[in-house]
Design a protein around this ligand. Structure first.
Ligand code: PEP
Length: 243
């Protein structure tokens, strides 16, 4: 299966960063699927700059409703209309900074699926939870409550303590968690749970990408900081196994 390499720009970049970045991605010969997730205002510019290419476009959040009195929010329907194919939901920064519970994430995932977007749903434990031996239980609970019945999307395992820190779990810990997530998805969704891609996210860089992307059940990467530089993002994608 082609690995998915998704870049989460977070609250970075501006109109001046779109053209060169899109051109670099368009020019690259990739056996991985590339998804760029810039801030909302850059989505139309990226949609135009990537038109006709295989590079896909994602947003970083959406609202659970399709329209209405929700100042500052953006609907999944509108994201689809302006050219997004994916949306990151339940990122730990939104769970922490915007008090997004599993139930809130679940509602957003439903909205994304109804609008025809592919949700990339983030789960992951804090350092304290890992130290207490609770990591797998925490992640299983997030999956059970964040993913609605009939979920057809992508899961991203992102240990909170690894995001933006340069620290990554050991390869054994990543493999163990991805195996646990796969088992949980099959329990939750039967046969279709076996086909849900599971990305790893947390300080993925060109230097560690090959090792992480080669682990069992790692279907790709969700990349934050390193995705801001097109050359680094493409180097990560180039490290993906070709099977
Ligand atoms: C992220 O925010 O999804 C992420 C993985 O960030 P970073 O790669 O910078 O750790």
């Amino acid at each position: 299966m082609r690995r998915i390499i998704a870049g989460n720009w977070k609250m970075n970049g501006g109109p001046g960063s779109v053209a060169a970045y899109a051109a670099a991605l368009r020019a690259a010969l990739m056996n991985a699927r590339l998804i760029v997730c810039p801030p909302f205002p850059l989505l139309p510019g990226f949609a135009a700059a990537l038109a006709g290419s295989l590079v896909e476009l994602g947003a970083q959040d959406c609202h659970a409703s399709s329209s209405g009195a929700h100042t500052g929010d953006v609907s999944a329907v509108l994201l689809k209309e302006i050219g997004a194919s994916h949306v990151i939901l339940g990122h730990s920064e939104r769970r922490a900074n915007h008090s997004e519970s599993n139930a809130v994430v679940n509602g957003k995932v439903e909205a994304a699926l109804a609008a025809g977007l592919v949700p990339i749903v983030c789960v992951g434990e804090t350092e304290e939870q890992r130290d207490a031996g609770e990591a797998e239980d925490v992640v299983r609970t997030q999956l059970t409550h964040s993913l609605p019945a009939g979920f057809a999307g992508v899961v991203a395992y992102e240990p909170v303590w690894s995001i933006g820190t340069g620290k990554t779990p050991s390869e054994a810990d990543v493999a163990a968690m991805h195996g646990a997530i796969r088992a949980a998805l099959v329990t939750q969704f039967s046969a279709s749970g076996a086909a849900i891609p599971i990305l790893y996210g947390g300080s993925v860089k060109p230097g560690n990408a090959a090792a992480l992307l080669g682990l069992p059940e790692v279907g790709g990467a969700l990349v934050g900081g390193a995705s801001l530089n097109a050359a680094d993002f493409l180097a990560i994608a180039a490290a993906a196994p070709k099977d």
